[in-house]
Design a protein around this ligand. Structure first.
Ligand code: HEC
Length: 209
């Protein structure tokens, strides 16, 4: 009897410790979806990614023409809840899209940092770019985290002339833009791009369709 308590305590700590370390180390398993899964996921996610990128571009074009780059600086965000919500609401079937994000290997907003599955996707695009190959038009992943399956749909984002007043060569940025970037994004890495460069990925997260 006097031995039972220490044994129970030891067991508790062993299993307790094992469980918590398994939780913190939980890495997602990333698979290539089957052709059939890809077709279903793409049908839902492709229009969502396209609408999002088109809307940001249109709003930027408007704001740049009206207010110049300093006035337009807050437009290049998808955190803007109204826009994200609107794009998600339009997706069919309703509720299938649970997340919308842009990410990059050269971040402006640290909140856009890639998670492990997104890092794998970025790596594929960065390697293609480094080899001067054409970039895949999209990429799909089946992600299993702690037994739960979700899908990710990615589309590359490229830099266009329109983007250069805020993401171009630092020597050509206006002093107003530079000051704002320094204040709001002290660790900004998203400058120095040229027209046509790979800028990052739009990521649509889906529940199994
Ligand atoms: C008027 C300035 C401005 C212009 C023009 C602009 N951006 Fe941005 N961009 C920003 C700012 C500011 C952020 C950080 C937004 C935030 O805090 O969420 C950003 C963030 C991003 C991100 C998210 C990843 C990250 O680094 O945080 C991507 C991708 C991006 N921009 C791509 C583009 C592309 C492509 C264009 C051209 C079509 C463009 N931007 C034009 C200011 C601009």
């Amino acid at each position: 009897m006097s031995l039972l308590l220490p044994i129970l305590l030891t067991l508790f700590f062993l299993f307790g410790a094992e469980k918590s370390s398994a939780q913190t180390d939980a890495q997602p398993l990333v698979f290539q979806p089957t052709l059939e899964e890809s077709t279903r996921v793409r049908a839902i996610a492709q229009p969502v990614a396209q609408t999002l990128l088109r809307t940001i571009r249109e709003e930027l074009t408007h704001a740049l023409a009206k207010e110049g780059p300093v006035g337009a600086i807050s437009v290049c965000q998808i955190q803007a809840p109204a826009l994200t919500q609107q794009v998600r609401d339009q997706a069919r079937p309703p509720g299938a899209v649970f997340s919308l994000k842009r990410t990059s290997n050269r971040l402006r907003n640290p909140a856009d940092a890639p998670d492990p599955a997104e890092r794998q996707a970025l790596q594929i695009y960065l390697e293609a770019e480094a080899r001067h190959e054409s970039l895949p038009p999209d990429l799909l992943q089946k992600v299993v985290t702690e037994g739960k399956t979700t899908y990710r749909y990615y589309q590359p984002i490229r830099v266009a002339a329109l983007c250069l007043s805020c993401h171009g060569d630092p020597a050509t940025l206006s002093s107003g833009v530079k000051t704002l970037l320094r204040e709001r994004y002290p660790q900004d890495q998203a400058v120095g791009y040229k027209d046509g460069d790979f800028r990052g990925l739009v990521v649509v997260g889906l529940t199994p369709p």
